[in-house]
Design a protein around this ligand. Structure first.
Ligand code: ZN
Length: 586
C-alpha cells in the first residue's frame, strides 16, 4: 500500500514541514518542492522532487463571483443542502476551473469536456506506477488519463489509497502534481472526511500557490469544518475574506461548526456578518441554531433565536416539520422557563384551539390599504415594465372597462385557471371554476385572452357563452401580461375584493421599492389570494379561501404561533400552511 504524504498525520506533517523548512529556500529559487512518500509495504521511505508548473499565484476572481451563486434577500428561495453535490459534480465534470483565467487549466477542462463520455472504472486496489502506466498507455487520450481517472474516483468514491497510488505514479513520472489533480484528490478526501489528508493537501497547496481559488477554499472549509480541526476552517474563511466575499456555504459551514461545538457567540457573530453581506441563510443553518442552543441558559442567545423567528416573520418563511420540531424542543429546553409546545390547526375564526389566543388579523387598516393601493398602482401598474407586454392603449381600455363596472368581489386569472386539470378542456376548467365561485352570488371578473373567443378543441364557444352569463369578461391580447390587470381590478374594487391565480406575483413584489410596502403587499396577498388545486383524483378543483387571520410567525411575548410546512417544497410561497406550532409560557 502506497501513501502520498504520511499516514499518521501528526508525525507525517512534522516530517513534511521539517523537510520543507530545509528545502524552502531551494524551493523558492528553483521552484522545487519536496514531499515524503511513505511506502509501508516495502518498508522504504523515498522522496521525490515535485517541480511546480508555475510559481505564479492562481488567478483570483476579482469580481467576487463564486462557485455557489449568492442570492439577494428579495428573491428568497430555500433549498436543502445541495451544495456539496454540486461541488462534487463540478469536480468530477472538470468544471471547477470555468472561471479561471489560466490557459493551462482551461485547456484541461476543455479537453475534458470534449471527452465528457470518456469514462473509466477506477481500480479497487492501489496500483504500482508500472500498472498505472500500462492503463494510461491503453487509454485513448493518455494526456487526460489522470483527470478522467480522478473524476471517476470522485464519482465512485474510491478508496483514498487508490487515488494516492495514482498521484504517486504521476509524481514519479512528471516530478510534479498539477493543481487540477491535487484539487480532485482534495475533493475525494473531503468526501470521505479524511481530516489528516485534507490538512496535508492544504499545506502542500499553501506552499505551492500563493493564493487558492474559491473552489479549493470551498472544499477546504467544508472538509475542515466537519472535523476536529474546525477552527482551521475559520482561519480559511478569514483568508477568503481578504480576496473576495465568502460564499453562503463558506459561512454556513463555519456557523454549523461553531454551533456544534457550542460556541454560540461565534456562530451568531458569523451569522450577522453573513446577513450584512446580503447572503441569504438556508433553513438548514437557521435550524442548527435551535438544535445546538438547546438547554443553554444565555439571555443574549435567546434574543438571537427570537430574532431568527422574527426574520422568518419578516420574510414570510415557513419552517418545515423538522425545523419546527427543533424550535419546539429549544423552547421547551430553556432553563428556568416553562414553555409548552403543541401542534394544532387554527380555526377559521383565527382562534388557536390550544391556548385560545386570537391570531393577528390579515386585514390591513384603511390607511395601510390606501397606501398599498397607491404604491402598487404607481410602481407596478404604471411602472415601465407593465407596458413591455401590454400596450398603453389596451391598458387604458381595461381601466375604462373596470371603472364602468366596479366593484368586483373576485377577480379570476382565466388563463391560469383553465390549465388546472390538464385532461379537461380548458374552457371546462374555467366553467367549473366560475360555477364554484359564483355560488355565493358574488360579482366575478374573469381576465381572459382573445384566443378564447375563437372556437377550438379547448375553447368551445357554446360553453364560453354560458360562462359569460355568470361573470364579466375582459379579453386581453394573447401576449398581454395578466398580473397588472389582476392587481388593478382587485385593488380598484376595494378591500373586500379577492383574486384567484396560481401565480406568485413575485416580480411585482420585487418592484415595490421599500420594505414596508413589500411587507404590506405580502400581508394583503396572504389575505386576498384564493388558492386552488385539482383534487387528488382530478375530478374537482379545490379552492382554499383566503384567511381571515394572518399566516405568519407571530408572538405576544408569552405565546408564539408558528405556521409550518409538512414538506420541504417551497415552490409557491403563497401556499400558506394550515398547520401551526403553538408555544405558550406556562
Ligand atoms: Zn396557541
Amino acid at each position: 500500500m502506497m501513501v502520498l504524504f504520511s499516514q499518521t498525520s501528526q508525525q507525517g506533517m512534522q516530517a513534511l514541514l521539517g523537510k520543507c523548512r530545509i528545502f524552502w529556500p531551494v524551493l523558492r529559487c528553483q521552484q522545487l518542492f519536496a514531499v515524503y512518500f511513505n511506502i509501508p509495504n516495502t518498508e522504504k521511505v523515498s522522496y521525490f522532487s515535485f517541480r511546480t508548473s508555475s510559481s505564479t499565484a492562481l488567478p483570483v476572481d476579482s469580481k467576487g463571483t463564486d462557485v455557489f451563486p449568492t442570492k439577494k434577500r428579495s428573491e428568497i428561495e430555500y433549498e436543502g443542502e445541495t451544495g456539496w453535490d454540486e461541488e462534487s459534480k463540478k469536480i468530477s465534470e472538470g468544471k471547477l476551473f470555468s472561471s479561471s483565467g489560466a490557459p493551462k487549466k482551461l485547456l484541461v477542462s476543455q479537453v475534458l469536456s470534449r471527452h465528457k463520455f470518456a469514462k473509466v472504472q477506477p481500480p479497487e486496489k492501489p496500483l504500482q506506477a508500472e500498472e498505472w502506466n500500462r492503463l494510461r498507455e491503453n487509454f485513448k487520450s493518455p494526456e487526460i488519463f489522470e483527470d478522467v481517472m480522478l473524476n471517476s474516483m470522485v464519482r465512485c468514491n474510491s478508496p483514498i489509497d487508490v487515488a494516492k497510488s495514482l498521484l504517486t505514479s504521476v509524481a514519479k513520472s512528471d516530478g510534479d502534481i498539477g493543481y487540477n489533480l491535487l484539487i480532485k484528490y482534495l475533493a475525494l478526501c473531503v468526501q470521505q472526511r479524511k481530516t489528516a489528508e485534507i490538512c496535508d493537501v492544504y499545506d502542500i497547496m499553501k506552499m505551492r500557490f500563493k493564493i487558492l481559488e474559491s473552489g479549493a477554499y470551498n472544499l477546504l472549509i467544508r472538509g475542515l469544518s466537519n472535523s476536529d480541526q474546525w477552527r482551521m476552517a475559520l482561519t480559511l474563511l478569514e483568508e477568503v475574506k481578504k480576496v473576495t466575499t465568502p460564499s453562503r456555504t463558506n459561512y454556513e459551514s463555519c456557523i454549523k461548526a461553531a454551533s456544534r461545538h457550542r460556541e454560540m457567540n461565534l456562530a451568531c457573530e458569523l451569522y450577522h456578518e453573513m446577513l450584512a453581506k446580503d447572503l441569504v441563510p438556508t433553513l438548514d443553518v437557521l435550524q442548527a441554531f435551535f438544535d445546538f442552543s438547546r438547554g443553554m441558559k444565555d439571555a443574549e442567545l435567546k434574543k438571537e433565536l427570537f430574532g431568527i423567528l422574527l426574520y422568518l416573520r419578516e420574510n414570510q418563511i415557513y419552517p418545515h416539520r423538522t425545523f419546527m420540531r427543533s424550535i419546539k424542543l429549544w423552547f421547551e429546553s430553556i432553563p428556568g422557563e416553562n414553555w409548552r409546545g403543541h401542534l394544532t390547526n387554527i380555526k377559521d375564526s383565527g382562534q388557536c384551539p390550544v391556548c385560545n389566543h386570537q391570531l393577528e388579523d390579515s386585514d390591513l387598516t384603511e390607511e395601510e390599504y390606501n397606501n398599498l393601493r397607491e404604491r402598487i398602482i404607481t410602481d407596478v401598474i404604471h411602472g415601465s415594465d407593465t407596458f413591455r407586454k401590454t400596450s398603453p392603449q389596451e391598458f387604458e381600455a381595461f381601466q375604462t372597462f373596470v371603472e364602468d363596472r366596479l366593484p368586483f368581489d373576485i377577480v379570476i386569472d382565466g388563463l391560469n385557471v383553465s390549465h388546472i386539470r390538464p385532461r379537461k378542456m380548458q374552457c371546462e376548467n374555467l366553467f367549473y371554476a366560475v360555477n364554484c365561485l359564483a355560488k355565493e352570488n358574488v360579482r366575478l371578473l374573469v381576465l381572459g385572452r382573445k384566443h378564447m373567443l375563437i372556437n377550438s378543441s379547448n375553447w368551445k364557444q357554446e360553453i364560453m357563452k354560458e360562462i359569460q352569463n355568470k361573470a364579466d369578461f375582459f379579453f386581453a391580447e394573447n401576449i398581454s401580461e395578466d398580473d397588472a390587470f389582476l392587481l388593478y381590478a382587485t385593488l380598484r374594487s376595494g378591500k373586500h375584493c379577492k383574486f384567484v391565480t396560481r401565480d406568485f406575483l413575485r416580480d411585482h413584489k420585487a418592484c415595490l421599492s421599500d420594505s414596508l410596502t413589500r411587507h404590506l403587499f405580502r400581508k394583503w396577498q396572504r389575505g386576498h389570494q384564493i388558492v386552488f388545486s385539482p383534487s387528488a383524483e382530478g375530478k374537482h378543483i379545490n379552492f382554499l379561501p383566503a384567511f381571515n387571520y394572518d399566516c405568519v410567525v407571530q408572538t405576544t411575548g408569552n405565546t408564539w404561533h408558528i405556521p409550518y410546512k409538512d414538506t420541504f417544497e417551497e415552490r409557491y410561497s403563497y401556499q400558506v400552511p394550515r398547520k401551526w406550532l403553538c408555544l405558550q409560557l406556562k
